[in-house]
Design a protein around this ligand. Structure first.
Ligand SMILES: CC(C)(COP(=O)(O)OP(=O)(O)OC[C@H]1O[C@@H](n2cnc3c(N)ncnc32)[C@H](O)[C@@H]1OP(=O)(O)O)[C@@H](O)C(=O)NCCC(=O)NCCS
Length: 138
């Protein structure tokens, strides 16, 4: 069974299942991944109750007044298509329900995934500094 937790208590580098940042040429290290989760305004972790491994996560950055941005959602490949990604997103949108602006960027093939969770399509702009893909030094 998958359990969901909104904090980093009892999470160590050994807690993360293999397979995060799938397809990233220069992914963050596990230590940097921990820092990302610690620094985010809100996190929700999906944890396999049997292995105690984190198998999915979602983060949000917010001013806690008007705006929030959801930069990262991922479920490791071996746990995909079991409803975990939808549950993580549902829970995060629920946490942010008193916030006016909730934004995220995604590829067009994922727009229906988010539309099914109540979001609507929009256009956006971005910059990617690829030399920092593994994370800013702490
Ligand atoms: C997107 C992601 C989080 C979904 O997690 P998941 O646990 O597999 O999702 P669920 O099981 O809750 O939902 C599966 C649904 O998402 C759809 N889906 C998953 N990945 C998709 C993709 N890349 N393109 C289109 N649809 C996708 C599946 O087709 C399925 O649709 P259905 O319910 O109509 O059958 C997961 O595929 C993932 O981690 N992908 C890599 C990272 C990523 O793209 N993150 C999103 C950043 S915006």
């Amino acid at each position: 069974m998958i359990i969901y937790q909104e904090h980093m208590q009892n999470i160590t580098e050994a807690s993360f299942a293999d397979g995060f940042f799938d397809g990233w040429p220069n992914p963050p290290s596990t230590a940097t991944f921990e820092r990302i989760l610690q620094n985010a305004t809100h996190i929700i972790l999906a944890i396999d109750e049997h292995t105690h491994h984190v198998v999915g996560f979602i983060t949000a950055l917010s001013d806690r007044v008007l705006t929030a941005y959801i930069p990262l959602l991922e479920v490791v490949p071996s746990y995909q298509n079991r409803g975990i990604g939808k549950e993580l997103t549902r829970r995060m949108l629920d946490k942010l329900q008193d916030i006016y602006m909730i934004d995220l960027l995604c590829d067009t093939d994922l727009q229906d995934f988010y539309a099914g969770l109540g979001m609507r399509k929009a256009t956006g702009m971005l910059i990617r500094n690829y030399e920092h893909q593994s994370g800013k030094k702490g």
